[in-house]
Write a protein that binds this ligand. Structure first.
Ligand code: GAL
Length: 696
């Protein structure tokens, strides 16, 4: 009986998932592949230029215009007095030129009247200084009065445009950032959040380890937001700070859902509701939202850093789009797109070089190749005044001459037209790729805790999972970055990088994944803490010992100049970041051992069979990742999958029947295309910033 109920429940779940994904795909037609648009700010330009600009946007090949995310002052110039006449005019011109629209709720930038009349609607920083208007994201998302104003403007916008079939979707807010807020409203909301979570003050005292340094609370009213600005680094309580991060991310997500809920009750079912998270997003947790149709990301790969080879500073960081695209598609609905793509040099990099010709187009192809359903750019015209004066646009400051990035957009859009003609519905992912399908299980909470207590400054908490993603991509695997709740059975290989906080149910899930034939790779810093962030009494990473078939006896780390040596299959590897000394069980195989230091001979990487699958534990973090990559290679082999060996900066994807390769390296690279391959765009030999699209 129990079994049939659980079968029924799983069947209902699968049906619900199928319905959900069909529902989400109602927003984008398969044959369109990707739809391209542009941010336009009519409020920045004389009305006499609107038609000229919008016509130009249409003539260049853009399909939609993105409007109004910073225009609260113009839509509600005085409290409660709404004015959409200007926006109606803009929409009218867009319609005339057959452009679709994405409209945005303006909650990221509040108007001056709100600061003057309701200063309490702003956040307070860690020195209890109140923020002001004039930039983005500084209103307190938990402040009830602010919420009231947001509700009013969202309702007005939704009433005005929610039934317009040319509006394809809505963006809520702008780059929601989950900014720490120490205002009275936030203190109160934090206490409410804690009461809900812990129920009793004793439970909170236990979770926070409040017996340490006299932090004990007698009741919830005594609790304040932990504030490292005032007590210093040593005074931090990692458990309290973790809860503050969680609360802040929950409040941000709930604020987005609040707006999404209002919009959904007014707007056409065909209009999507999304937001634009930053590609590298360390505060907001997209996985916490429930009401968005999908999530998009903003990508600025070139902020003036070295990157790969001597041209890298012009090509940008290849990991920005690659990680974001595989992460945001897992948020909801299985789809994503790039809402802002850097159109040229920006104004905020450590320096802002000219991009290598072709770079913007390559980034666009990268996000398309990784599955992007929409591609949009900040911004159409470079502005002649204010803080983003030096930021490139699609047009130069004269408003009529396309920038180099603008020309590359035009080329991309023309080429996509061509690919649309080649589109063949219903093709399945080629078997050799499916055989390598990989998931990386990730949870921002682990980034928060590890980043707080790194133990070695050489630990790069953000880039650690990103590094594994890069390795899997260079071996040619299709990768999803998934939350711990995701089903794992469809993946041949699952990587769990530095997943610090676990519970027994999660370990059990990983256990059964491997037992049923999956190949699980767990790395150092996994399962060292419970969900409160406490160590286990049973020893370091105790709950995972049985699963990996080894015990972690101790952990070492070296100075930046020292070199640890490791041997695996007679090859030597260097390390100095992190080293777990492993004591394997008899049935566990040792893949790599430390080859110097006083513990020479101790195990560094171990593997074991488990049921129909395997579990491998990588106890070491090496700077360049060569050891980890070789371990990964051997696991794909064990899983029966062939692998590629793309050099650093070469990415190859498959989507909708199209293979796409992009080159972020400073060298030419010749792609190995089978005799049956048909080149659709580009050449076999990819130059730096080159793009190749082919079908097989
Ligand atoms: C983004 C932001 C845009 C614009 C852009 C400049 O982060 O969403 O509004 O400021 O940066 O690069």
């Amino acid at each position: 009986m129990k079994k049939s109920i659980s079968l029924l429940v799983s069947a209902m779940f699968l049906l619900a998932m199928a319905a959900r994904s069909q529902e989400t795909n109602r927003f984008f037609r398969g044959e369109n592949l990707v739809t391209t648009g542009i941010y336009y700010y009519p409020e920045h330009w004389p009305e006499s230029q609107w038609e000229r600009d919008i016509k130009q946007i249409a003539d260049m090949g853009f399909e939609f215009i993105h409007l109004a995310e910073f225009a609260w002052f113009k839509m509600e110039p005085e409290e409660g007095k709404f004015d959409f006449t200007w926006l109606d005019k803009v929409l009218g011109i867009c319609k005339k030129h057959k452009l679709k629209l994405i409209l945005c709720t303006p909650s990221a930038t509040t108007p001056t009247w709100m600061r003057i009349n309701y200063p309490e609607t702003f956040i307070m920083d860690g020195h209890y200084i109140r923020a002001e208007n004039g930039t983005r994201g500084l209103a307190s998302v938990v402040n009830e009065r602010f919420r009231g104003f947001v509700k009013a403007i969202v309702v007005e916008m939704a009433k005005q445009y929610g039934k317009d079939p040319d509006v394809i979707g809505w963006q809520i807010d702008n780059e929601p950032g989950a900014v720490p807020d120490y205002s009275p409203a936030s203190q109160e909301a934090f206490r409410t959040w804690l009461k809900h979570k812990y129920k009793s003050i004793d439970a909170l005292n236990t979770a926070w380890g409040a017996a340490f340094w006299s932090q004990w609370f007698n009741n919830f009213e005594q609790v304040i937001i932990p504030n490292t600005n005032l007590v210093g680094w040593w005074g931090n309580n990692p458990h309290a700070l973790l809860d503050f991060k969680r609360y802040t991310a929950d409040a941000q997500a709930e604020f987005l859902d609040f707006q999404a809920g209002i919009l959904r009750s007014f707007v056409l079912p065909s209009q999507f509701i999304t937001t634009n998270y930053t590609a590298v997003c360390t505060g907001s947790d997209a996985m916490r939202t429930n009401k968005l149709d999908f999530a998009t990301y903003t990508a600025y790969p070139n902020g003036g850093t070295d990157n790969i080879g001597n041209l890298g500073f012009r090509l940008g960081n290849s990991r920005v789009v690659s990680f974001a695209a595989d992460y945001y598609k897992s948020v909801r609905g299985g789809i994503t797109g790039v809402m802002e793509m850097q159109p040229g040099p920006v104004n905020w990099g450590s320096y802002n070089p000219l991009l290598l010709p072709g770079t913007v187009r390559m980034w666009l192809y990268h996000s398309f190749a990784a599955g992007g359903k929409l591609a949009c750019s900040y911004r159409f015209r470079q502005i002649n005044y204010s803080s983003e004066q030096y930021h490139a646009g699609i047009m130069l400051t004269d408003g009529v001459t396309p920038s180099p990035g603008g020309e590359e957009y035009v080329q991309f859009m023309k080429e996509i037209e061509e690919l649309r003609r080649q589109y063949n519905p219903g093709v399945n992912m080629p078997g050799k790729l499916a055989a390598r399908s990989t998931a990386i299980v990730w949870n921002l909470e682990n980034f928060w805790t590890i980043d707080r207590q790194k133990q070695t400054l050489q630990w790069d908490a953000w880039n650690y999972p990103v590094k594994f993603h890069g390795m899997a991509k260079s071996l040619g695997a299709p990768v999803d970055i998934v939350p711990e709740t995701a089903g794992l059975s469809k993946y041949k290989v699952v990587i769990i990088p530095a997943y610090e906080m676990v519970d027994s149910a999660l370990i059990k899930k990983w256990y059964s994944y491997a037992e049923n034939g999956g190949h699980l790779i767990i790395t150092c810093r996994t399962a060292t803490k419970n969900r409160m962030g406490h160590f286990w009494e049973g020893g370091m990473a105790a709950p995972v010992s049985t699963l990996i078939g080894a015990r972690i006896k101790a952990t070492d780390m070296l100075s930046a100049h020292a070199q640890g040596d490791i041997v695996m299959n007679a090859s030597h590897y260097k390390w100095n970041n992190w080293a777990d000394l492993l004591v394997p069980e008899n049935s566990t195989n040792v893949l790599a051992t430390y080859n110097n230091q006083f513990y020479e001979g101790a195990a560094a990487v171990v593997t074991r069979r488990l049921g129909k699958g395997s579990v491998t534990y990588i106890g070491v973090d090496t700077e360049e990742g060569a050891l980890e990559k070789d371990v990964l290679k051997s696991i794909y082999k064990e899983a029966g999958a062939s692998v590629e060996n793309y050099p650093d900066g070469i990415y190859v994807y498959w989507r909708d029947g199209f293979y796409t390769a992009v080159n972020y390296s400073s060298e030419n690279y010749t792609v190995n295309i089978p005799a049956t391959g048909k080149i659709l765009i580009g050449e076999k030999t990819l130059k730096p910033a080159g793009v190749l699209v082919w079908s097989e």
